[in-house]
Design a protein around this ligand. Structure first.
Ligand code: TRP
Length: 342
């Protein structure tokens, strides 16, 4: 290969982004603003893999019918938000058996001590005392397998997953130091923009789908629900519209939401609304959220009614993911000394 050909090849090989999303619970506008919307912007510059991690989901008890339904719903939300399923791999983890197979091997390169230090394991085992299963304990190893199978360069993660990503890097480095360069060492990827969206009821806390429904706005909430939730959002008693997250967390959160979804600077919204009451602020915020979600919701409705299409997307994308994953898996199996296949 000439140097020029080599350059062309490196230029063409895009960096790989991998993210896993649990098919449990609803996505909120916090997920939309902080993650989903940014993913759409990445699809031309990176090879993106969005895996619906159903195997991770069963580390806590799930209702089978709900879990089954949510996998397709999540795929539909991703596509409705603008992710092109021809450019991005959107598929279910359980459909690509290499995830579980690599996880087993990596289990043998991970120490009990490392897993015991994971704060999420401690929190989840405290929350599910009746079901502290081994899967909950080795959860980060499966996550490492997800990432390493695709020679991932970048992993978009929130702070809660940083420790797991660090462990993934440690496992990969440990494996590479014994067997040579088998795995790409992944980095965390923190999207440049993305306002932090807070709970409507406790605006000092991040908006979370695990809190009661009046604390968050789900991506699929209908307009009436959105208006009602925003109307009841906690504000303060001084009556002034000003962006100041420290002393006015509730009002500032509404301004952040409007700013993120309406693409207008927080201070300019505040100036524009000077002298108006909180009722007006809430009405404008609700209008803005409803308008921003409207196209996504319409597209979602269309997609979810077309089960055959969605099934085809996750099937063909799982097949494509499988052929990528199997390359890494076969290499790893050979390195550790599994007998060759005839
Ligand atoms: N553990 C992640 C979460 O709960 C989900 C996840 C599974 C993931 N595998 C991953 C995230 C790989 C990033 C990369 O949010």
């Amino acid at each position: 290969m000439t140097e020029q050909e080599q350059n062309v090849q490196t230029a063409e090989k895009k960096q790989v982004i991998f993210s896993g999303i649990q098919p449990s619970g609803t996505l909120t506008i916090g997920n939309y603003i902080g993650a989903l919307r940014n993913f759409v912007k990445l699809q031309n510059d990176y090879d993106c893999i969005y895996c619906i991690v159903d195997e991770h989901a069963i580390t806590v008890r799930q209702n089978p019918a709900d879990l089954r339904r949510r996998c397709l719903e999540l795929a539909a939300i991703y596509i409705a938000a603008g992710l092109d399923p021809q450019k991005n791999l959107i598929y279910c983890q359980s459909h690509v058996s290499a995830h579980a197979e690599l996880a087993w091997i990596l289990n043998c390169f991970t120490y009990m001590g490392e897993l015991s230090r994971m704060t999420q394991f401690k929190a989840k085992s405290a929350a599910h005392e009746d079901n502290i299963n081994a899967g909950l304990f080795t959860y980060p190893v499966l996550m490492a397998a997800d990432i390493l199978l695709y020679q991932t360069n970048l992993v978009p993660v929130g702070v809660d997953q940083k420790q797991h990503l660090e462990l993934c890097r440690d496992i990969a480095q440990r494996f590479n130091s014994v067997y040579g360069n088998v795995f790409t060492i992944p980095e965390g990827y923190i999207p440049k923009i993305g306002a932090k969206i807070m709970s409507l009821q406790e605006p000092e806390k991040k908006m979370s789908k695990s809190d009661p429904a009046e604390c968050y706005i789900a991506i699929l909430d209908d307009p009436d629900t959105i208006r009602r939730k925003i109307k009841r959002a906690v504000t303060d008693s001084d009556g002034e519209i000003r962006f100041d997250p420290e002393s006015k967390p509730g009002v500032s959160n509404l301004l952040s939401i409007m700013s993120a979804l309406g693409d207008e600077d927080v201070d300019s919204i505040a100036t524009r609304m000077q002298g108006k009451g909180y009722g007006e602020l809430k009405k404008e915020t609700a209008d803005c959220v409803i308008a921003a979600l409207e196209p996504l919701q319409a597209e979602y409705k269309r997609l979810i009614a077309d089960k055959a299409y969605l099934q085809n997307v996750i099937d063909t994308n799982a097949a494509a993911a499988n052929s990528l994953a199997i390359r890494t898996l076969r290499k790893v199996q050979k390195k550790v000394g599994f007998a060759p296949r005839g």
